[in-house]
Design a protein around this ligand. Structure first.
Ligand code: COA
Length: 624
């Protein structure tokens, strides 16, 4: 079997033991932020960006009613409408005022709330449910030395990128004429998510070492020598070789697997571990490190001739490591990374991936070498019988989760963005509508559909939900699936659905979607002891927010892709990387749900993309 390498940035966990991010890249850096970083007005708005607006109540509710319509009968819709009108005239106004007050007191009224509700208070395991995997283009390693060289290059690339981040040299990204908030980049390295009961904490660190995991043994590896000079590639290879020598016998008590547990379970184990001084020092060492590098067992990627089968295997390795008997305690056999989602969206990680791949291809190397590298240190842990029992439970739970996750990662190679643009259509909206059609084709009911839109034009901006399921998307699906529809009708329905999606996207990017505003109103109620309005338990809300299709565009230039698990038990995840002439998809579903099947979803998606292409060409010849 060929050895392979995985770099994790914030993988498994969020940190703690062992999992921080990239698999191959190590390091974290500079963030002097405290755990309790906030967007309160006292904080600096370095880029002088505008604040996230609070949309007008009437505007949001009007939009909301449009998005719930596909999920309700006429009678239900009439009831929901009347509920919304009552809310608009009553409690809604009170909550709106509270939210506007909060917005005056914070640079970004949503930032802390979002961090807590979407991430730190979320109790499901970060594995599958929160931490995405990002698969790098495949590599073949012939020898262990190849693997270690690649790992060393990845670390150097990551350090080089970190240095650009630290020195504010990353070019400010733009959306049209608007600069985007670059703060997420500063949180990529060195961020550790610590488990606590009810709500985790983030720890931001800047150090000079990485954590390396091999065979479930955890090491501190300094990337700078005693002389303060960074190690060169060969010196890092030597460090990694030493790590492998010292850990040739697998550690059966690997505590890393605890990080794949439900957050409260991991918090309990973490608390117990920390009672012992040796453990708390070792955990602190991992917490401070720049990234975690996992040198995993090979998974025999190349036994598959079909490149999509390799994609599946690689995706699984970056999401969960394959379970307790594979690389679940210390992943993988493929190159890629896993990152802790709470401090940053996927896009900065995709940019970093392109940087690493280019760095490696260009074979860059530091010009100086340290004269006095330090030796890797094995981090010691005293595992009590109680913690040992927790490790055994974690293994079982992870194995169950792994068994339950069905992945289908593939490259759609018939066309990509270029064809869609040649039809004068938005590639993102087009792909989203292909998913709507695929879902309807399989299930014959509207699929509530989440897409992330970046709100980084605002200070501290994260995302807004694009509700991709619309009256128009359902009309489009029905028209496409109706054998009586003419090509003209199909094209017209397609364009109308795309326009509707694009229109929502533009509003979401400006912070004028439905979901974050409604969340803000609900949290205003909770914080002020006001009863949660009925609107939030109404079928219009619950059905339209039960996101059966959970999607993100994560675009990188290289042939990589990001993957993660579904949001709901009967849902699909779809992360996609649209490139000029192909689209990389990573889809996921839960095996135990009888209604979903990823393989069928993939076929339906491919069929939808093909039919949309063909119908367009019946009208306007492609220039391709
Ligand atoms: N005709 C021709 N070309 C068009 C077009 C049309 N009608 N509409 C759009 N295009 C072009 C665009 O100009 C753009 O060109 P470029 O490749 O030269 O830049 C390209 O097609 C892509 O545009 P489009 O597909 O419409 O949207 P997008 O790439 O801007 O993506 C979002 C839209 C919502 C995905 C994006 O704005 C966003 O928010 N991304 C971040 C999502 C995120 O947070 N993901 C991570 C979650 S963890």
């Amino acid at each position: 079997m060929l050895p392979s390498v995985k770099v994790q940035v914030s993988r498994y966990q969020d940190c703690e033991i062992g999992h921080k991010g990239f698999i191959l890249e190590p390091y974290v850096t500079s963030m002097q932020l405290s755990c309790n970083y906030t967007s309160a007005k006292t904080n600096k708005n370095v880029q002088k960006l505008p604040s996230l607006p609070v949309p007008k109540l009437t505007d949001t509710l009007g939009k909301y009613l449009l998005t719930v319509k596909p999920f309700l009968s006429d009678e239900e819709y009439a009831r929901t409408t009347s509920l919304v009108r009552d809310f608009e005239k009553g409690t809604g106004q009170q909550l709106q005022l509270l939210l506007e007050k909060r917005a005056q007191e914070h640079l970004n009224w949503l930032e802390d709330w979002w961090l807590n509700t979407a991430y730190l208070e979320y109790r499901d395991p970060v594995v599958v449910y929160s931490s995405p995997g990002l698969v790098f283009p495949f590599r073949k390693f012939q020898t262990q030395n190849d693997q270690l060289k690649y790992a060393a290059k990845t670390l150097l690339a990551a350090l080089s990128y970190k240095s650009l981040i630290d020195n504010d040299k990353i070019p400010v990204e733009m959306m049209g004429k608007n600069p985007l908030d670059m703060a997420q980049y500063k949180k990529v390295f060195g961020t550790c998510r610590l488990p606590f009961a009810k709500r985790d904490k983030l720890s931001f660190n800047n150090s000079k070492h990485v954590t390396v995991i091999h065979n479930n043994h955890i090491f501190h590896v300094d990337l700078w020598g005693d002389d303060g000079v960074m190690l060169d590639e060969e010196q890092i290879v030597q460090q990694l070789k030493k790590v492998m020598e010292l850990s040739s016998v697998p550690n059966k008590q690997g505590i890393g697997i605890l990080t794949s547990e439900n957050r409260d379970a991991w918090a309990k184990a973490y608390e117990l571990l920390c009672k012992d001084k040796t453990n708390s020092e070792s955990l602190a060492d991992v917490e401070k490190s720049i990234v975690v590098l996992c040198l995993d067992e090979a998974v025999n990627l190349w036994k598959y001739e079909d490149s999509n089968a390799r994609r599946n295997l690689a995706g699984a390795q970056t999401i969960h490591g394959g379970g307790s008997q594979s690389n679940g305690g210390n992943p993988d056999g493929v190159t890629g990374l896993t990152y802790e989602h709470s401090p940053a969206e996927g896009q900065p990680i995709a940019v970093l991936t392109d940087f690493i791949i280019k760095y490696i291809e260009e074979n860059k190397a530091p010009e100086v070498s340290s004269k006095s590298p330090k030796q890797p240190q094995l981090l010691k842990f005293n595992v009590s019988p109680e913690v040992n029992k927790m490790i055994e439970d974690a293994k079982k739970n992870l194995d169950k989760l792994v068994q339950n996750l069905q992945l289908n990662c593939f490259q759609y190679d018939k066309y990509g963005k270029n064809f869609i643009k040649s039809q004068k259509l938005s590639p993102d909206s087009y792909i989203q509508m292909a998913m709507q059609l695929a879902f309807y084709r399989l299930h014959n009911v509207p699929g509530a559909h989440y897409e992330s839109a970046a709100t980084r034009m605002y200070v501290g901006g994260r995302t807004e939900t694009i509700r991709s399921c619309s009256i128009e998307s359902i009309e489009f699906a029905k028209t496409m699936l109706n054998s009586q529809s003419s090509p003209k009708e199909k094209i017209s329905a397609l364009k109308s659905a795309i326009n509707s999606h694009k229109n929502y996207t533009v509003q979401a990017l400006q912070g004028f979607g439905v979901d974050r505003h409604l969340l803000g109103l609900k949290l205003s109620a909770i914080e002020n002891g006001i009863e949660i309005p009925k609107l939030y338990s109404d079928p219009g809300f619950t059905r339209s927010a039960h996101m059966r299709i959970s999607t993100s565009q994560v675009a990188c230039k290289c042939d990589g892709f990001m993957c993660y698990g579904p949001l709901v038990a009967d849902g699909y995840a779809t992360c996609y990387n649209p490139r000029d002439n192909d689209i990389n998809f990573a889809t996921a579903a839960f095996v135990e749900h009888p209604d979903t099947d990823c393989n069928k979803y993939r076929s339906a998606l491919e069929q939808s993309l093909q039919e949309m292409h063909d119908v367009l060409l019946k009208n306007v010849p492609s220039k391709l």
